[in-house]
Design a protein around this ligand. Structure first.
Ligand code: UDX
Ligand code: ADP
Length: 482
């Protein structure tokens, strides 16, 4: 029986291994993590992450060929294939701070693999890493070996949160990078290919050299984020000219060379990958003497920051330039629907901006726990553009001015304005008449995800701002925003 061990039971490692276990009953899969609460949760009825369909997959396999454990070294030692899916955050200090990936967790995992291994292994990079990380890892492993052969593969994961299980069951492609030039490398590539071949059609399994695989992952995320910044930049122009960004996106996406997906204007993209991976790309370009290329990609993030600021400015300027003491309902805090993940969620920056203008926030999100929101708002913000700067919102302000509630009606009652920051389906079908009746007038809605029916809400009496849509007559008379 082939034995797989995955180091890191996070958003990537957990779901990916669960699907491998589901599709490969002949393979024994152990997912290990240093975090005791995480592993305890994976072994409980309430999994540590919310992901549609994940519970069912885990329930089918757990205890049969899928195991979650804190016994990292033992499971690594016994495995034939070791996936490394640890976190690789952006460095916050030292050389490359604000851009380079922090490979501390990766390096310590690699050293541990070298220390505990007694048999040959295939080591698979699953976390997104800078190009040529595999080479560095290879050095750590081979310089420590005791006659043991390590083959390094890069197998970046392309799943998106909220749709992880369907993405894993039916991937557009699986990418395997390895040392194609050596027989050992080719054999390792084939071994991993055989795992995926249990359910992925062969033509969708792409094999490349190591660096192409690593770079493809960074490039794919950069291209996706760039599409969002492109449409978001258009949304500002639409508001200024009276065009409708949804109509523009639809018309642009009808071009088969462009395609319709990933063209929704929003308050900004979030998630653990886009910003981190672009910054990583920027750093690699700078290190390789390519400042023009680095600057090109930097602007994708600058537009994203601009979009979040623009949203806050629009709200404040629409409400007579003051929101001091006004209640603002925040609907949605996660970075997208169908996940409880808040990493880099635009809600953090928007809420901070509103708190700086002394608003009182009443937040509701169907999946994000209150403690998580408070942690996110009070954790000093690391500004990628000016490393070292921190959040100017004090903990005292957050404790006094932020309240978390359990449904949208409670959040909106007596609020002067509503901000929709995540496109949760339930926000589309709220009883907006009832909500309007319970708000002081004028009642505002700022839709950062284009989920509401603007015409219907204006008919009820709301003043509605929807990203990239023709402005409400009320907003047109307000002073221009930055
Ligand atoms: C992304 C990539 O899609 C995935 O392939 C990679 O493996 C990890 O990074 P993820 O961050 O989970 O996945 O979610 P994604 O669906 O890409 O959304 C990222 C952000 O972009 C979200 O905040 C989302 O709301 C926003 N978005 C997405 C838009 O604002 N408009 C769109 O049209 C699409
Ligand atoms: P991702 O979204 O990439 O999956 P997460 O932060 O959700 O990232 O998960 C990474 C996991 O890796 C965390 O649960 C963390 O505890 C775990 N981890 C980090 N370093 C190690 C290590 N050396 N050994 C085992 N687990 C580790």
């Amino acid at each position: 029986m082939v034995k797989i061990c995955c180091i890191g039971a996070g958003y990537v490692g957990g779901p990916t291994m669960a699907v491998i276990a589901l599709k490969c009953p002949s393979i024994n899969v152990a997912v290990v993590d240093i975090s005791v609460p995480r592993i305890t949760a994976w072994n409980s009825e309430t999994l540590p992450i919310y992901e549609p369909g994940l519970d069912e997959v885990v329930k089918k396999c757990r205890g049969k060929n899928l195991f979650f454990s804190n016994e990292v070294e033992k499971n690594v030692a016994e495995a034939d294939i070791v996936f490394v899916s640890v976190n690789t955050p952006t460095k916050t200090s030292g050389l490359g701070a604000g851009k380079a990936a922090d490979l501390t967790y990766w390096e310590s995992a690699a050293r541990m693999i070298a220390d505990v291994s007694k048999s040959s292994k295939i080591v698979v990079e699953k976390s997104t890493v800078p190009v040529k990380t595999a080479e560095a890892i290879e050095k750590i492993l081979t310089h420590n070996n005791k006659g043991i052969e390590f083959q390094i593969l890069s197998n970046p994961e392309f799943l998106a949160e909220g749709t992880a299980i369907t993405d894993l069951l039916n991937p557009d492609r699986v990418l395997i990078g390895g040392r194609e030039e050596t027989p050992g490398g080719l054999k390792a590539i084939q071994t991993l290919k055989d795992v995926y071949a249990h359910w992925v059609p062969e033509e969708r399994i792409l094999c490349t050299n190591l660096w192409s695989a690593e770079l493809s992952k960074l490039a794919a995320n950069a291209f996706l984020a760039q599409r969002i910044s492109s449409v978001n930049s258009m949304s500002a122009l639409c508001e200024a000219t009276g065009a409708n960004v949804s109509q523009v996106s639809y018309a642009v996406g009808k071009d088969s060379r462009i395609g319709p997906k990933f063209l929704n204007a929003s308050v900004g993209f979030g998630g653990s990958c886009f910003q981190k991976d672009i910054l990583n790309l920027v750093y690699i370009c700078e290190c390789n003497g390519l400042p023009e290329v680095a600057n090109y990609w930097k602007h994708v993030i600058k537009i994203n920051d601009y979009q979040k600021n623009r949203f806050v400015n629009r709200l404040v300027s629409s409400m007579f330039n003051t929101i001091s003491g006004k209640k603002i309902a925040i609907l949605g805090f996660s970075f997208k629907k169908d996940t409880g993940d808040t990493r880099e969620t635009p809600a953090i920056d928007v809420c901070r901006g509103l708190l700086l203008d002394r608003a009182q926030l009443i937040i509701y999100d169907p999946k994000v726990p209150e403690a998580q929101m408070m942690r996110d708002l009070s954790t000093p913000k690391f500004d990628w553009d000016q490393p070292g700067s921190t959040s100017p919102v004090s903990e005292d302000v957050i404790t006094k001015n932020v309240k978390v509630v359990h449904n949208a009606y409670e959040a909106t009652k007596d609020s002067h304005a509503i901000c929709i920051l995540t496109e949760w389906d339930e926000f589309k079908s709220l009883d907006y008449q009832k909500i309007y009746d319970n708000m002081p007038k004028p009642a505002y809605i700022f839709d950062g995800r284009n989920v509401v029916d603007v015409a219907k809400l204006r008919q009820i009496g709301f003043i509605v701002y929807s990203i990239g849509k023709p402005l409400d007559p009320w907003l047109k008379d307000m002073p221009a925003i930055a």
